[in-house]
Unconditional design. Structure first.
Length: 272
């Protein structure tokens, strides 16, 4: 039996209560696709990652809090907003007691992405993961879509920050479609031109980084998918496929990540 490729996952950080957490559906989707998830700790001890990162065959960047604005800049952004580490801007994650940015998680993911690029590991991102990749490569973000984004072609703003009538976020409700660029990795992964998706975010890519290209859009023009400009296996989506991660078509995202990671593992094995 072939060994499962190891997929590194950074969990959500809840510093106010001293927790790290990961929704089970991320790990379940990786396992169902044939991978072995390795949930990484969050620490300032660099030697921990020196030991753990070489175990990885691929990386999955998951959803969570906003990326700290200090890690990206935008001439359209009002610099009087959102700079304080304990900012409580309205979003899908922050609460009155929990800041909506997590600098330690940002630092770990920056280190992980840099390692993965240096060692040619596939990197797949979900929601915040797309935003992390765009910021890492020098792109910018819409800090709050309802406030900052103007829909294109007279379209109404899609229901990106989806919630139930009770105010709870419903990850299993399909809210709008996305359209894939012809010939893109995402079009190949999902074997489709369009896909109905769920949506749980209030931020999105604004200026897409030069190393990336946007390859999926919502009807209102919000970027819903990016991938590496050079065709390397760096792919991210703005929606949350993990809510449907063990069934088609969303499981294709995790199957693609595991397949790319397995190929990386096989190459490494031949070299050793």
């Amino acid at each position: 039996m072939h060994a499962r490729p190891v997929i590194g996952i950074v969990p959500t950080h809840l510093p106010a209560v001293g927790d790290i957490r990961l929704a089970c559906n991320y790990a379940d989707a990786v396992i169902s696709a044939g991978g072995a998830p390795l949930i990484l700790p969050l620490t300032e001890d660099e030697t921990t990652y020196t030991q753990l990162f070489p175990l990885l065959d691929g990386v999955l960047l998951t959803g969570g809090h906003d990326v700290d604005p200090v890690r990206w800049s935008d001439p359209h952004r009002d610099d009087t907003r959102g700079e304080a580490p304990n900012s409580t801007r309205a979003n899908t994650f922050g609460t009155d007691s929990e800041p909506d940015i997590t600098p330690l998680r940002d630092a770990v993911e920056w280190r992980l992405v840099a390692y993965a690029i240096t060692h040619n590991l596939p990197i797949y991102g979900i929601c915040r993961g797309l935003q992390v990749l765009n910021a890492f490569f020098g792109g910018t973000l819409y800090e709050d879509l309802p406030r900052d984004f103007s829909p294109q072609n007279d379209e109404a703003l899609c229901e990106h920050n989806a919630h139930t009538p009770e105010g709870d976020y419903d990850g299993e409700r399909l809210c709008h479609t996305v359209t894939f660029a012809e010939g893109s990795q995402l079009a190949h992964i999902f074997d489709a031109e369009k896909l109905a998706v769920n949506s749980l975010h209030h931020q999105a890519a604004r200026a897409v980084a030069p190393a990336l290209r946007a390859t999926a859009y919502a009807p209102d023009g919000v970027v819903e998918g990016v991938e590496a400009e050079d065709g390397s296996p760096i792919v991210a989506v703005q929606w949350h496929p993990e809510y449907f991660g063990t069934t088609a078509p969303m499981n294709r995202f995790f199957q693609a990540l595991v397949a790319e990671s397995a190929a990386r593992a096989a190459t490494r094995s031949r070299r050793s």
